[in-house]
Design a binder for this molecule. Structure first.
Ligand code: SF4
Length: 410
């Protein structure tokens, strides 16, 4: 038969990007093309449940239908994987190339007992928000990611995981990679719906978390979309003035407005917001800061993740002393907040978001930034929204066992 491999959307010029379409959209497309609508459902299964990379894998689809697809549509998604690095802690770090040559990255990490897996996704190529402690922000914004590009990070990584470790429990997704997801809300919301489709990847929405720097319209849109996904707010300072200094987006979306959305809307089954607080030595890490945080978020159902900063040679911040981290946590704990300290994973493979793609750009001379002559050991990790996010769910398993165990996870 005709070669129906569709690896290069750019070459086809076709508008339909299959990996970004819902089952209903695929069925409609199929019926409109004169094929039985159930072929669209089969196609959805191949794309999302079986994670097929080519049309030729879809053996139960008629040749005529596959040939129509090859002519009129593209698979969409990532064009290639540039590198897959495996960390000593079991994490996989993927650097993906998109059809225009841009690079994005994603990390797939196990919990401490390696019983389940969490993937950290990118939602934009680069980021315009410019948080002062973030490598992705430092490197700037390039473009939005398409739905199919967001989705394919998971399809590719999940297939890789199940090939290497059959039966592995792929359980959580966090939008904490490159980019501000709520500046690309339509694509992110649609991708959540695709991931939680029972006939596809079939992830529980409560296992999906969107992390934001505080984009008020996007936060409202996500809440009103009622996807069931959870929200994490990258807080990082206890008042407007100090937050503006490290997160300039606060000038556009004031902290009071951001917290007002957290009070008025509910996200996820447990209706708790996660506040992420990156501790920067000498900047936002005193016990007085902790007391301010406690009073700032009072009345909002929440948990707080405290994330000691991982130094990076390109950024002018340091990691607090362990005693200072503990003192900060103790203040919050004394006021009955649920607090966890998060430490990054996959440091030996540039495991936090923004770093691998950033190094790739540096080596290629984009932005004219020289790559460090020698990378310190362990490789300093950077992050997107939550830095230590790479350990985002592992400790939560114990903390929230009473919430999770024995329930239908949907
Ligand atoms: S922390 Fe997130 S929102 Fe801020 S610059 Fe980095 S990627 Fe963008």
């Amino acid at each position: 038969m005709t070669d129906t491999t569709m690896q290069s959307p750019a070459n086809s010029g076709a508008p339909l990007r299959l990996r970004g379409m819902t089952q209903a959209e695929l069925e409609q497309m199929t019926a409109d093309a004169g094929f039985p609508a159930f072929r669209g459902r089969q196609l959805f299964h191949w794309l999302h449940r079986k994670m097929a990379r080519t049309l030729d894998e879809m053996k139960n689809l008629p040749v005529a239908f596959r040939e129509w697809l090859a002519t009129n549509a593209v698979m969409g998604g990532v064009k290639d994987v540039v590198t897959v690095k495996t960390s000593q802690d079991g994490s996989y770090k993927f650097l993906f190339e998109l059809e225009d040559g841009r690079k994005v990255e994603s990390v797939l990490m196990p919990d401490a007992k390696r019983t389940y897996w969490t993937q950290c996704l990118s939602s934009q190529v680069g980021c315009a928000v410019d948080c002062k402690f973030c490598v992705t922000g430092f490197n700037g914004f390039f473009r939005q990611m398409k739905v199919d590009e967001i989705v394919d990070q998971v399809l590719f990584a999940r297939r890789h995981l199940l090939t290497e470790q059959p039966g592995a429990n792929f359980r959580n997704l966090v939008y904490m990679g490159m980019g501000e997801p709520l500046l690309n809300p339509d694509a992110v919301i649609k991708s959540i719906r695709l991931f939680s489709d029972r006939e596809g990847v079939d992830l529980s929405p409560r296992r999906i978390t969107v992390s934001t720097s505080g984009i008020v319209p996007g936060m409202v849109q996500l809440a009103e979309a009622e996807t069931g996904a959870c929200l994490a707010l990258s807080l990082n300072a206890p008042n407007q003035a100090e937050r503006e200094r490290i997160m300039p987006i606060t000038k556009k979306y004031p902290l009071a407005d951001v917290l007002d959305v957290c009070r008025r809307y509910r996200y996820g089954k447990h209706k708790r917001v996660t506040f992420e607080y990156v501790l920067l030595a000498g900047i936002n890490d005193t016990t007085d800061h902790a007391r301010q945080v406690a009073s700032l978020v009072k009345g909002i159902p929440c948990k707080i993740n405290v994330i000691p900063f991982n130094p990076n040679p390109t950024l002018p911040f340091g990691r607090p002393e362990t005693d200072d981290v503990q003192a900060f946590v103790d203040v919050l704990g004394a006021q009955n907040y649920t607090v966890s300290v998060r430490w990054s994973k996959a440091l030996d493979v540039d495991g936090a978001c923004g770093q691998l793609a950033g190094q790739h750009r540096q080596r290629r001379g984009i932005r004219g930034v020289e790559a460090p002559a020698a990378t310190p050991e362990p490789t300093p990790a950077q992050f997107a929204h939550a830095l230590g996010d790479l350990d985002f769910f592992a400790p939560v398993a114990a903390e929230s066992a009473d919430e999770d165990d024995g329930e239908d996870i949907r």
